[in-house]
Design a binder for this molecule. Structure first.
Ligand code: NAD
Length: 449
């Protein structure tokens, strides 16, 4: 099962140099080399901070922090014009101590192994925080899906799953959608897996269409979860949704469903954006019209429901709630001083750098709803889908959403208690809860052999 990279990493760890410290250093250096990227460094720094707060013994830190397994594959895919193009695909499984690993698959040109590893780490802390029996995983293909025809996208998705079959399965690693992938992509992946193993295996992916074993409520669950948590936080700070304005970055699955949910709760959506730039309208954007535009044109380009602003400028407009729902590392130490929101709801994974966190903590006037809590609705509903698939017993949408909101309320309660108890930021409260649970599970299981 070990990949070339994993073998290399283990070999380095076993160098008989006789000096414990050197061994740890060389292991760390190897990890940094394998996963080298800003976003991986950011996830590591977040872990280190939380581990310090928890006082995790040095001997247990490396084991808890670094990914268990990574797979990198080269994928030849035949394009519509007949030529063969090569793509790079990745899957990182962060830890296997609490059940199968679970995580999305991203199709984006900027995907790297390091980014996927960071996203897998965050998935681990997220699953543990909300009490799911999973380790974290993530995967991706470095490809721009907007430049692929439907047939090409299908062949990339199928080839990716085919390459990953030795490493995934309903009891080992369960995939889901992420940026650039959707229910149809999951259907192709599930079909590929099922064809190879010889029977229908819906539980190998989540986020599928309902007709082939998907769950009611899963499609909108991440965005709806974001909206629900924002509402709960507004209530706890005595801010009425009807008096709240919202700006969202990213108008894909998560951003659009968060916008719809917040609209339903009475908020006014004054800014939206996607890869083509931002639209700003203090009088309120017609979200349904914007969705109709994206359904026809594929993006917000040419949408004239407000003033056009750059993505960067949009983030800095005054609003009650700012919702980054696209990429990592968009709130930085440079723009954090200029944010004019009261709440920062992190629908994307890793949208706020460590430097920006320091600025926000110093400012103290922005309530951060950290990513591993804020966007956990997606993996919670994915868990519900997996459970339904394994039992072949399916729930109504109301039941799914009721259960989702119960889990979110419980997680929010734990985060707020931890924040008060330790006198730490909300992000560190969420991270320490997740990391502590993973570390405890590893301790209880011990080391084999
Ligand atoms: P998506 O592909 O459906 O939408 C992504 C959106 O971001 C699109 O509107 C795209 O145009 C926009 N975008 C891309 N690059 C951008 C840029 N440079 N500037 C501004 N906008 C840009 O993806 P999604 O599923 O909505 O995922 C969005 C984020 O939410 C990601 O960080 C993802 O990891 C996270 N997330 C997704 C889920 C899920 O269930 N889909 C769950 C948890 C977290």
């Amino acid at each position: 099962m070990a990949t070339g990279l994993a073998v290399l990493q283990r070999y380095s760890h076993c160098q008989p140099d006789g000096r414990g410290d050197n061994r740890v250093l060389s292991f760390r250096a190897m990890q940094s080399r394998i996963y080298q990227s800003e976003v991986f460094n950011m996830a590591c720094r977040q872990f280190d901070r939380a581990a310090d707060l928890l006082d995790i013994p040095a001997a247990d830190r490396e084991r808890t922090k670094y990914p268990k397994r990574c797979v990198a594959v080269t994928m030849p895919v035949r394009m519509d014009d007949g030529h063969v193009e090569m793509f790079e695909g990745y899957r990182v499984q962060h830890h296997l101590s609490m059940g199968p690993t679970k995580g999305g698959t991203r199709f984006h040109p900027a995907v790297t192994l390091g980014e996927v590893a960071a996203l897998a780490m965050w998935m681990s802390w997220k699953c543990a925080l909300v009490g799911l029996p999973y380790g974290g995983a993530k995967g991706g293909v470095a490809v721009d899906p907007t430049r692929l025809s439907r047939g090409e996208k299908e062949r990339v998705a199928r080839r990716y799953m085919q390459e990953m079959i030795p490493f995934v399965g309903p009891n080992t690693d369960v995939m889901a959608p992420d940026m650039g992938t959707d229910p149809q992509t999951m259907a192709w992946m599930m079909d590929t897996y099922s064809n190879v193993v010889g029977c229908s295996v819906p539980a190998v992916v989540t986020g599928k269409p309902i007709e082939i074993g998907g769950s009611e409520g899963r499609l909108e669950s991440t965005g709806r979860g974001v909206a629900y948590l924002v509402k709960r936080y507004l209530e706890s700070f005595n801010v009425r949704p009807q008096h709240s304005t919202v700006i969202l970055q990213g108008f894909g699955n998560v951003g659009s469903h968060a916008a719809l949910g917040l609209l339903e709760y009475g908020c006014r959506i004054i800014g939206i954006s996607d890869i083509t730039g931002g639209v700003y309208n203090p009088a309120g954007i017609d979200v349904h019209e914007a969705l109709r535009h994206t359904a026809v044109h594929g993006n917000l380009g040419g949408y004239n429901g407000g003033e056009r602003l750059s993505n960067e400028a949009l983030l800095e407009q005054p609003c009650t709630v700012l919702v980054p729902a696209a990429l990592e590392r968009v709130i930085t130490k440079d723009n954090a001083p200029r944010l004019q929101c009261r709440f920062l709801a992190e629908a994307a994974n890793g949208p706020t750098t460590v430097g920006a966190d320091e600025v926000l903590e110093e400012r103290g006037d922005i309530e951060v709803i950290p990513d591993i809590l804020c966007n956990s609705g997606g993996v919670i509903c994915s868990y519900f889908e997996w459970v339904q698939d394994l039992q072949s017993l399916f729930w109504e949408r109301d039941e799914v959403l009721r259960k989702l909101f119960e889990v979110l309320d419980k997680a929010r309660y734990h985060v707020e208690s931890q924040k008060e108890r330790l006198g730490i930021s909300r992000r560190n409260a969420a991270l320490t809860l997740g990391i502590e649970r993973v570390a405890r599970a590893k301790g209880l299981r011990g080391i084999f052999p």
